[in-house]
Design a protein around this ligand. Structure first.
Ligand SMILES: CC(C)(COP(=O)(O)OP(=O)(O)OC[C@H]1O[C@@H](n2cnc3c(N)ncnc32)[C@H](O)[C@@H]1OP(=O)(O)O)[C@@H](O)C(=O)NCCC(=O)NCCSC(=O)C[C@H](O)C(=O)O
Ligand SMILES: [Mg+2]
Length: 291
């Protein structure tokens, strides 16, 4: 499954230092996992976490779940060692924190070209600095780029913003850049991980903005993200009726059909087909996870 075809409704951060959480994730119904060596791991734990994670990923067992490894930045003392250890096991994707400009990605892509194990490794960018947001368009088109993860905690810190509304321009700038270049774009985390109502509201908002899914930090958040970012039964039913009505209209020489009192043109049919394709991809992923 290509990176745009794979569902990213729930993208779970797991601290690379926690063996129990790493093991638990092998049976969780998550679409993707971020194995974290950056902020979820304390400075004194970083070398052990790097080793544990490299060994864990080399053993495998995560099935069809997409796997991203968030390394430390190259401006820290850990970034280069992280890359060496993780590149050696041929990861699916490397997630770079605090990306500021396209050259950050270009340099990493050049380095990945030099490892024999990383021919198919994609790069994802944490979008969480003002400079990164302003350069989103160029970052999205850098080599190997497959997706953006919004880092709303760092962004709030950098902007001095106190509400999600104050970050809207940043969120939408990244969405625009991601859509312009056909890469994935996943919303930031909801920190109050025991507040289900608040999480659901923020997931619904992110879905309506156009995000592919939500990053989550605790297993209890996964089911809500999966539910909100999946096409609902009503949406699937509407998509089927739109396609059928449009095909009938076309057969009669018309360019427009009407369903539930609303017009359906070719572009609405594209959206309807995308809805059905997404529902199919989710069903396939869930079947593969259960197998
Ligand atoms: C938030 C937590 C610290 C809570 O931990 P804890 O109190 O231990 O939770 P529970 O006791 O409720 O855990 C129940 C069981 O679930 C497992 N568990 C917990 N979290 C995870 C997880 N993320 N992945 C897999 N499994 C998990 C526990 O092991 C328990 O299992 P068991 O013992 O078998 O019952 C904790 O959830 C946590 O550390 N979460 C991750 C935090 C994190 O990754 N933070 C960094 C990412 S956020 C960020 O950096 C965003 C971005 O950069 C930005 O700027 O916004
Ligand atoms: Mg961050």
């Amino acid at each position: 499954m290509g990176h745009r075809a794979h569902p990213y409704r729930s993208v779970l951060y797991i601290p690379g230092s926690k063996p129990r959480a790493l093991e638990k994730a092998k049976t969780m119904a998550v679409d993707a996992i971020i194995f974290d060596l950056e902020d979820a791991v304390a400075a004194e734990e970083k070398p052990n976490a790097r080793k544990l994670l490299a060994e864990t990923l080399a053993r495998g067992g995560y099935g069809p779940r997409a796997q991203l490894v968030r390394i430390n930045g190259f401006d820290t003392e850990w970034g280069n060692d992280d890359l060496d250890a993780i590149a050696a096991i041929g990861p699916q994707a490397i997630l770079v924190p605090k990306v500021n400009k396209a050259t950050d990605i270009e340099k990493l892509a050049d380095r990945l070209d030099a490892y024999s194990e990383t021919a198919n490794t994609t790069i994802w960018a944490m979008m969480e600095t003002p400079m990164g947001i302003l350069n989103a368009m160029h970052i999205a088109e850098a080599p190997r780029m497959a997706g953006f993860i919004m880092g709303t905690n760092d962004l709030a810190k950098e902007l001095g913003s106190r509400t999600r509304g104050a970050m809207l321009t940043s969120l939408q700038t990244c969405l625009l850049a991601a859509r312009a270049h056909g890469i994935v774009c996943v919303d930031g985390v909801y920190n109050a991980f025991r507040d289900e109502e608040g999480l659901r509201a923020e997931c619904e908002e992110g879905r309506d903005y156009g995000f592919d899914g939500k990053t989550v930090i605790h297993p209890a958040q996964v089911a809500i993200a999966n539910e909100v970012f999946a096409p609902s039964d009503d949406e699937i039913d509407l998509a089927r009726r739109q396609i059928a009505a449009y095909e009938e209209a076309v057969a009669e020489g018309q360019a427009v059909a009407v369903v539930d009192g609303k017009i359906v043109e070719n572009l609405h049919v594209d959206t309807a087909r995308a809805t059905l394709a997404k529902a199919r991809a989710i069903a396939e992923l869930e079947a593969a996870e259960a197998a």
